[in-house]
Design a protein around this ligand. Structure first.
Ligand code: SF4
Length: 755
């Protein structure tokens, strides 16, 4: 932790100077988001007049956090960087691979056995390169980060979409792909399109059944799953100051569901209390010293419509508890309207399971408020009608709520405590009977409820609500129950009503834990071996990509001319392939299998120019590779849109594709291709796409004078002996041309590290 303190000191030391400099240039009051972004510009950034939603800007994040599924390829790549240690404090969290089946202890043991090779690799690579390692059972990445590492005014990237959770403590925290994490750990800057800003003004105060979760359920209903795209959502106002830090974390966490880049709250008394309550008084003192920089300017919050691109106002005193769903998190129902919606839409009224916890809602406050209802069930002789599970967010929360008696209350109510891990939230739920695909309803305090997400059953109607509402509904076992107004019949046949939930933001006796599950990296790691079983089919050490041969490229084969949409999912499919995300050779067998071949309108069927026969894309490409023949992939508009998946750039590079030539690129994928040493080219005249023929041999000319802004020439040698010469554009700058020449960006980093 000392390492962190030094880092935070350095970040805070530059805040006043950077913010004052920015103020002089932009000459207007600043939002909190702008203050943090301006304070984290990378050394190479010179201007601070950015077009919101337009300019691409280099930042220098303070931290990197990775979950166990995405950390594998990020760290395998990092090992190529030639660094002894990570450049910024970084952590790995083993949370995604634990399947929920019976209960915490046995599920955890099973996961340790099943994922041993992955855990051994992550533990040893963390130990070697200076990363903190949170073992399986230690908790879910975002809760652990909030408790230990998030700090007001910081900037973090994380390889998980709910990284924004740390915005609850005033940190700009953004979910990214593994390649970005690798870059920042290797000491490179990180690029982000300067976001637009949405301001959410909160007035009034939460009370009774309404919880922090209801704020984001309401916001999701207003903005929908796309409304936050390209935006950072900044919450402010008296209402914001009244919400606990962990409640703010819940709101920011689920902000991922509206597509927001991230969400953030300013530093306030609640944040200070949480820092002190989680043993970080030193950070609270430091934050207090620069308090005015850790919130937006007064003028901004007084006239938000002048400074934000969009403003939403919510009065917390009037906010009803909400239930969102099914199948999408933005279908928002105030609880007073929900029973009617259930009946009108014919959703199954019988509630099968209520699940509380997850990274979104597993704070001490959440558990204590839910437990207050469980206690009422016991006291009022109510038997829970639905199954009920609890997923604590961290071992610290689990240990503390067990000490304070909440888990035994859930136990009396018939609840099952699952491992401190993602479990049912990410489909890691061996739900008995799910394979029958029966129509049924569940309700969770998680964040996502898309079809099949929890149990793989497309007919599971999954609803999202606060832990309090989930608990009440599980007691009732009926989706049409409104705990605010309705009564339930108890075992004695009496009609009883649940009182409003009560709880504590933090434990009066303080948090406690016996073994938090943390492994600090070795001080001297020179003797530490990174453990990768050479026979593993899930993990494979990477070899550096070879450098450019120094000549133009001749005789490349056309691998595929992709037609229409070609997202990163078409290029590198997810689903069962994710098992191989740490094994580049094995996962490359999914390369472009989802892309539609222009010449036959089929997927995964392309002509092998060596044999004249049609074969699967990866198999054909492997044959070219065997014969040392490079190839070209041709694509349509916005090639590579979708999630930033490094595999989509690494697989073609690994299998010997030399260039991707398209009408236009999704920017992030274009950058990922450049990082892997590929040629990412666009038709100067998009109509030239039509000139590409199935049997083309392709030359790329002009590489010996490759320079920024200078187009290259592509020669299409058609099978009938005719040829076309076309101009192709690129967006490589000097540095990126150096990546191409060296074989990859990491090869350059490695060269620099060796100097
Ligand atoms: S609990 Fe769910 S949302 Fe949170 S990190 Fe795990 S899978 Fe993602």
């Amino acid at each position: 932790m000392a390492f962190d303190l030094d880092m935070i000191k350095a970040v805070y030391a530059r805040f006043p100077e950077r913010i004052n400099a920015a103020r002089k240039v932009v000459n207007k009051p600043l939002t909190l988001t702008e203050k943090i972004l301006y304070s984290h510009l990378s050394a190479g950034e010179t201007s601070i007049s950015y077009e919101r939603g337009g300019s691409y800007v280099d930042f220098q994040p303070d931290r990197v956090a990775m979950q166990d599924a995405t950390a594998q390829m990020a760290l395998l790549q990092f090992m190529q960087a030639g660094r002894e240690k990570v450049a910024v404090p970084s952590t790995v969290h083993c949370d995604h691979l634990i399947q929920a089946e019976v209960g915490a202890a046995s599920d955890l043991e099973k996961a340790k056995d099943k994922n041993k090779e992955v855990y051994d690799f992550l533990s040893s690579v963390s130990n070697k390169y200076g990363l903190g390692f949170w073992k399986p059972g230690a908790g879910i990445i975002h809760q652990v980060i909030l408790e230990n590492y998030a700090f007001p005014g910081g900037m973090m990237i994380g390889t998980d979409s709910h990284t924004p959770n740390a915005g609850g403590l005033g940190m700009i925290a953004i979910g990214v792909g593994g390649a970005d994490a690798c870059d920042v750990m290797a000491g490179l800057p990180w690029e982000l399109k300067f976001p637009k800003l949405i301001g959410v003004k909160l007035t009034g105060k939460l009370s009774g059944w309404t919880a922090a979760k209801d704020v984001i359920l309401k916001v999701a209903g207003i903005l929908t799953v796309k409304g936050g795209t390209g935006c950072i959502v900044e919450y402010f106002g008296e209402g914001a100051k009244s919400i606990s830090a962990t409640g703010k974390g819940t709101i920011c966490n689920m902000g991922a569901e509206i597509g927001a880049t991230t969400s953030i709250f300013g530093y306030d008394d609640k944040a200070e209390a949480y820092l002190r309550g989680t043993d970080r008084a030193d950070i609270a003192d430091m934050a207090n010293a620069i308090k005015e920089h850790l919130t937006g300017d007064d003028e901004v919050y007084a006239n938000p419509e002048q400074y934000f691109d969009q403003v939403i106002e919510i009065n917390l005193s009037e906010l009803e508890p909400h239930i969102n769903g099914p199948f999408t998190p933005d279908l928002a129902w105030p609880i007073s309207k929900f029973a009617e919606a259930v009946k009108e839409n014919g959703w199954p009224t019988k509630l099968e399971v209520g699940l509380i916890g997850s990274c979104t809602n597993s704070s001490y406050e959440d558990i204590s408020r839910a437990a207050s209802l469980a206690q009422q069930a016991v006291d009022k002789k109510l038997v829970a009608k639905s199954e009920f599970t609890i997923t604590p967010g961290s071992e610290q929360v689990r240990y503390t709520v067990e000490r304070d008696g909440f888990l035994s209350v859930f136990d009396q109510m018939g609840g099952v405590v699952l491992a401190n891990a993602c479990g049912p939230c990410i489909g890691q739920w061996a739900r008995h009977g799910a394979e029958k695909k029966e129509k049924n309803s569940i309700i969770t305090s998680f964040n996502r409820n898309f079809a099949k997400r929890a149990d793989g059953n497309p007919n599971t109607h999954s609803f999202v609500a606060s832990p309090e509402v989930v608990t009440a509904m599980a007691i009732a076992g009926d989706l049409t129950f409104n705990p605010l107004t309705d009564t339930l019949k108890n075992e004695a046949g009496e009609l009883v009503k649940l009182d409003e939930p009560t709880g504590l933001e933090m434990p009066t006796k303080g948090f406690a834990v016996e073994d938090a599950g943390y492994q600090a990296p070795a001080e001297d790691s020179s003797q530490v071996e990174v453990v990768v079983d050479p026979n593993s089919d899930r993990l494979q050490l990477l070899e550096p990509f070879t450098a450019w041969e120094g000549t133009d490229l001749h005789g490349l084969k056309l691998l595929i001319k992709a037609k229409g949409k070609c997202t990163t999912d078409h290029i590198s499919m997810a689903g069962p392939w994710l098992r191989f995300r740490g094994h580049l050779d094995n996962i490359s067998n999914n390369m472009l299998i989802g892309a539609v071949n222009y010449f036959n309108d089929e997927t995964n069927k392309v002509k092998n120019q060596l044999t004249g026969e049609y074969g699967e894309v990866p198999a054909v490409q492997r044959q070219y590779k065997q014969h040392n023949i490079g190839s070209v992939v041709v694509g349509d508009e916005n090639y590579g849109e979708g999630s930033s998946r490094e595999h989509a750039a690494m697989e073609p590079r690994f299998l010997g594709v030399r260039a991707i030539l398209v009408k236009s690129f999704a920017r992030i994928h274009e950058t990922n291709l450049k990082k892997q040493g590929m040629l990412a080219l666009t038709f100067a005249n998009p109509a030239d796409y039509d000139l590409i023929q199935e049997d083309d041999a392709i030359d790329i000319v002009g590489l010996t004078t490759f320079a920024p802004g200078r187009p290259l020439t592509v020669v299409l040698n058609h099978a009938d002996g005719s040829r076309h010469e076309i101009l192709v554009n690129h967006t490589y700058n000097e540095g990126q041309i150096a990546w191409f020449k060296a074989g990859s960006a990491l090869n350059i980093v490695k060269e620099q590290a060796a100097r």
